[in-house]
Write a protein that binds this ligand. Structure first.
Ligand SMILES: Cc1cc2nc3c(=O)[nH]c(=O)nc-3n(C[C@H](O)[C@H](O)[C@H](O)COP(=O)(O)OP(=O)(O)OC[C@H]3O[C@@H](n4cnc5c(N)ncnc54)[C@H](O)[C@@H]3O)c2cc1C
Length: 215
């Protein structure tokens, strides 16, 4: 059994995103948006790209942001958090299956509040016990899909997520917020940093609000 404190095992990679044949994600969005007010398709310089994306954001014409897609590979989150994540419906997910994957050495997430409390030992004891029983049941013919019922929600999972720019912005607004639970918040903030790296204009306002201003 392996135990990760807080988000120490969190790993977020942006493995794919929409790139136009010329330019970058911001250009793809701005040039797609520009078609609504132009007789024909136009290439835009950086200043116009910024102006248009700002305008779309201000006017709430966010459907244009749907032209860009982002795919993330995530490891080191608990099933507590993946459960919250998949409530976001306008997205595609593929998650590691507990029916098909035998968890030889299960990994668990332990909240820092627990790690720093008098409950740490008892918490670890329960994790160890449930892992042992899981292994024993699987080795004795209980199907993985049934044996997994004994595993706690803190078990680590891996998931691939695809969202378009509009849904991703909505997700960041809800899940980077201080109202969100710490683990999904840490995940969302890592995703925001990666998305901002490839689409700095599209995500500029959220990056400033949730990453820069919060340090
Ligand atoms: C701080 C916090 C606490 C929460 N607590 C709870 C809780 O206690 N219990 C609980 O059950 N959930 C809880 N949630 C989850 C929350 O209720 C939403 O299910 C989740 O945040 C997904 O948001 P969404 O529905 O806006 O977005 P998405 O599913 O990401 O959809 C994006 C947007 O598309 C539109 N949309 C999508 N589907 C439909 C539809 N069928 N009909 C109309 N419009 C649609 C909406 O405008 C929606 O905002 C919590 C969320 C947060 C952020």
């Amino acid at each position: 059994m392996e135990v990760c404190e807080g988000s120490h095992c969190l790993k977020v990679e942006l493995i794919a995103y929409s790139l136009p044949s010329e330019g970058d994600v911001d250009k793809l969005i701005a040039e797609s948006g520009a078609i609504s007010h132009a007789p024909h398709f136009r290439m835009l310089d950086e200043k116009r790209v910024r102006h248009l994306i700002d305008l779309l954001r201000r006017l709430g014409h966010e459907s244009v942001f749907e032209h860009a897609c982002f795919t993330f590979r995530v490891e080191g989150i608990s099933r507590v958090t993946s459960h919250q994540l998949v409530r976001h419906r306008l997205a595609s997910y593929t998650q590691q299956s507990q029916r098909y994957v035998k968890l030889k050495n299960p990994k668990f997430i332990m909240p820092e509040s627990v790690a720093n409390s008098e409950f740490q030992d008892e918490f670890l004891y329960i994790l160890e016990k449930s892992s042992q029983l899981y292994r024993k049941m699987v080795e004795n013919g209980i199907r993985k899909e049934d044996a997994r019922f004994v595993l706690p929600q803190g078990i680590e999972t891996k998931i691939v997520i695809t969202m378009n720019g509009r849904e991703l912005r909505h997700f960041f607004k809800l899940r980077c917020s201080k109202e969100a639970q710490w683990e999904i918040r840490n995940l969302a903030k890592e995703m925001l940093k990666k998305a901002y790296h490839v689409a700095p204009i599209l995500f500029e306002d959220l990056y400033q609000e949730f990453i820069e201003n919060e340090g």
